[in-house]
Design a protein around this ligand. Sequence first.
Ligand code: ADP
Ligand code: MG
Length: 457
Amino acid sequence: MDNSNRRRIVAQDNVWQAVLGEMEVILPKGQFLTWFKDTGIEIGKDGEAVILAPNSFSRDQLASKYKRDILGAIQKSSPDVKTLTFKVRKQKPLEKLELEVQDSPPKQNKRPEGRPASFNKEYIFENFVVGNNNALAYAVAREVAEKPGKSHNPLFIYGGVGLGKTHLAQAIGQEIRSKKPEAQLVYVSCETFTNEYIAAIASRKMAEFKHNYREVDVLIVDDIQFLSSKEGSQQEFFHTFNALHQHSRQIILTADKTPQAIPALEGRLASRFGGGMIVDVQPPDFETRMAILTGKCKEKEYLLPEEVIEYIAKNISSNIRELEGALNRLITFCRFKGTPATTKIAEEVLKDMVSSSNKVVGTAEIITAVCKFFSVPQSDVLSGGRKKELIRPRQIAIYLLREQTNKSLPEIGKIMGGKDHTTILHSERKITDGIKVDSNLKSDIERIRELIFSVKG
Ligand code: ADP
Ligand code: MG
């Protein structure tokens, strides 16, 4: 690359960083993360800029919803840019699969017998409420169900407990089955996979085991993080994966963390898992919680007053499973007692759930926990001092303030000793990016979160 080219690319990066900064300030965090993750820009000489999106769904959203904002933001630093087009960024090619697969390729005519994948009938796309927290995961899941083996392979869905990973994975399976009843689907939990593997070794039925997993059109493995530390199963899964992937059979995996963050997972597996599309599901915001509760009431054919739904959505925020649990408990209680549901009854019936889930923490608890964890004085962390050992604690404090409180960027800047909002964003991003590649950092943060809640008491 010659120097002028390099300069141009750096300049473009700066323009895009400025645009992202601007968008991050004007959009809710969920929307920003969903639509602007992994985006970029290429500025041509003719006043035309191309916005690069990681997939067609983001591209369409950016073009239809944010075009004007993006153009406005670009023009602040590059007034020459007059038009925008939106494109999908060229994917990095999957590194060539190691040819370690000894078994014959899947054949169409010889199918594993029995073992039809058993799904939960409720876990279908129609019952899945889409919000900012899961829009990308949903869109990609839909695409995979539409074109299994063709669009995103593997699809890796990750996120915390009770946020809809199993629901989405099964929805894909059920959708494929309804369109192509002849397709061979296997849906298993990771534990089932490892248990069957161990049983197959013990009973010398490896051939059958391989046949069951390698000659399918779609393989869904739920909670793949349980492969952690299981070397034999990992090796077997690696071969299963390759056999399927080479023949464009769809693989769908879910986990509670990114492939890189799964401890004791072989590097070659982690890299395979990340070789297709990785999407996350986040906790739902208030509006999405309202929508989910309303949907569940409909499913259960139980009419709850709006204010009661609102009470639950406001007070139970950690995950969707808990949200559903609270709703079920309330409905059961009211049916049993034959009383209509009121906010007062909800308060009474959900008392213990609300207090455990409603962990609203304040700034003080966060700063205290971070300082305690790193054994640094608060006054140092909140001052402008430039000591190197203060950088990480500050970044983490900022990251957690963003995550746990509703404070705006300028407000957090003020708390952190008068920093401007770009510094806050930069720090947050450092940690967000860091977590993806650094499992120590990730576990540090998990421990600080625990500290925060213990500080809170
Ligand atoms: P995970 O596998 O991530 O732990 P699940 O898929 O088991 O979570 O979801 C927990 C419960 O919440 C399930 O009953 C599921 O149907 C429900 N759920 C999760 N996400 C949604 C959603 N977006 N819309 C409706 N229900 C949801
Ligand atoms: Mg699950």
